[in-house]
Design a protein around this ligand. Structure first.
Ligand SMILES: *Cc1c(COP(=O)(O)O)cnc(C)c1O
Length: 429
């Protein structure tokens, strides 16, 4: 598979080049040259396939012959070593739990897949690759854990000071080895801007092979399409039209879902559910794409004012606004509404939703699920990751799972930086 830049000025590259460089030299996001639908037999037989088989069939065309089949299957088996259950919530609503991985957020799959691909591509290379990543919360932890100890790869994580939860901060600042955390004043978008600037800074890139582990990287972004296939396998027998609601920040996850649909997955509609960072919601109303700087909310992993993957979504709909609106809606919800939803879900069903999942639930409610439909909202993080909000909102105590217990008392190690020059100095040191 070849990938081209959505800015159309850079030359086409292979999968490995797209993974190793992250962003194209013209600052555009890489996009697959063509997306070949899977045969209908794939969807007819999906209930008989295990997760690794489903994932292999779905991702094979995007990797091409750059990773041999046995190696790719081994990578997938390693990456997908936990459950992805659809849990019933109401008659016509279920939640796809994506938090059973090592850092308890859905980003584990993309981060682990990318780490293993990069490790494979870099195994015979003398020079280290530096993964530089900005995080609004969960990316950092998933990337840190996914890349920990990977030979030939150094990881630098940039996060907004005081704007990630305590557990998220522990996950990205306590690992050591090849992982370094930098904290900076400002919001997530400032971190993301600094990272993008570094990628284009020749003084850095002449000395260092930098790559991104944000969902702009195709190896982080594309494996997320598996989730939608795994969910379909579990609810197919209901024979209903499926509506997915995806709590969205950078819009990588939902964009991967739309790729799954292009592969032939029967999905009736996608709902992008956001917090008050509502750039896409406003765009759908006004046709004006006006990014704003991000606002802090209780669903902080979605505090993104300029979602980088929205351009890929537009491409998937051929920049046709009518087509986009036909199968895609976006709604935004306040923190108050989110807390009300968490209480509602808990009081009527006993289910503990984290703030991101609750936003997803609200999206389904706003859309409305008819008799012949089944709505699935993605539960993107375990409630323990947002301990204070969940415990205070629901008046309960959550027991701490093992993955979290083992880091919570570790000592935080981070370096404070105050501007781009300091980031650059650090990278060149
Ligand atoms: C990253 C994240 C999101 C947003 O996903 P995008 O792919 O950036 O839209 C939602 N929920 C949680 C818990 C996350 O970590």
């Amino acid at each position: 598979m070849r990938y081209y830049s959505l800015n159309n000025k850079a030359s086409k590259v292979s999968f490995s080049e797209a993974v190793i460089t992250g962003l194209a030299p013209d600052r555009g996001l890489y996009f697959p040259e063509n997306i070949q639908p899977l045969p209908s037999s794939f969807f007819e037989n999906i209930e008989e396939m295990d997760t690794v088989e489903i994932a292999y069939q779905a991702i094979q065309q995007f990797v091409g012959d750059e990773i041999p089949e046995s190696e790719l299957r081994a990578i997938l088996a390693d990456v997908l070593s936990f459950e992805f259950p659809v849990v019933p919530i109401e008659d016509r609503i279920g939640t796809l739990e994506l938090f059973h991985g090592p850092t308890m957020a859905f980003k584990d799959v993309g981060a682990r897949f990318m780490a293993r691909c990069l490790g494979y591509f870099n195994q015979n290379n003398k020079n280290n690759v530096t993964v530089l990543v900005a995080t609004s919360g969960d990316t950092g932890g998933a990337v840190a854990k996914g890349f920990l100890g990977v030979q030939g790869v150094d990881v630098v994580i940039l996060y907004p000071s005081g704007k990630v939860s305590t557990i998220q901060e522990k996950q990205l600042t306590t690992l050591g080895q090849n992982i370094t955390a930098l904290e900076t004043d400002g919001v997530f978008d400032d971190c993301q801007d600094m990272v993008k600037t570094a990628f284009l800074d020749k003084e850095i890139t002449n000395q260092k092979q930098l790559t991104s582990a944000n969902s702009i990287n195709v190896a982080r972004w594309l494996p997320q399409l598996f989730y939608f296939l795994f969910a379909y396998k579990q609810v197919k027998h209901k024979g209903k039209n499926i509506i997915f609601s995806v709590p969205s920040g950078n819009f990588g996850n939902i964009c991967a879902g739309i790729v799954a649909k292009q592969l032939g997955l029967p999905v009736k509609h996608f709902v992008a559910s956001t917090n008050s960072n509502d750039t896409v919601v406003r765009y759908l109303k006004t046709l004006n794409y006006e990014p704003r700087s991000s606002k802090a909310t209780i669903s902080n992993a979605m505090d993104v004012g300029n979602p980088s993957n929205f351009i890929r979504i537009q491409k998937l709909f051929n920049h046709n606004f009518e087509e986009l609106k036909h199968s895609f809606s976006a709604y935004s919800f306040s923190d108050e509404q989110t807390k009300e939803a968490m209480k509602n879900i808990f009081n009527t069903t006993g289910y503990i939703a984290d703030p991101h999942g609750a936003v997803g639930y609200l999206g389904l409610k706003e859309k409305g699920i008819r008799e012949d439909e089944f709505g699935i909202f993605l539960e993107t993080a375990h409630p323990v990751k947002f301990l204070d909000v969940v415990e205070n909102t629901l008046n309960i105590e959550i027991s701490i799972p093992e993955q979290i217990a083992e880091i919570i008392h570790k000592k935080k190690k981070s370096i404070s930086i105050h501007n781009y020059e300091e980031l650059k100095e650090f990278l060149l040191a």
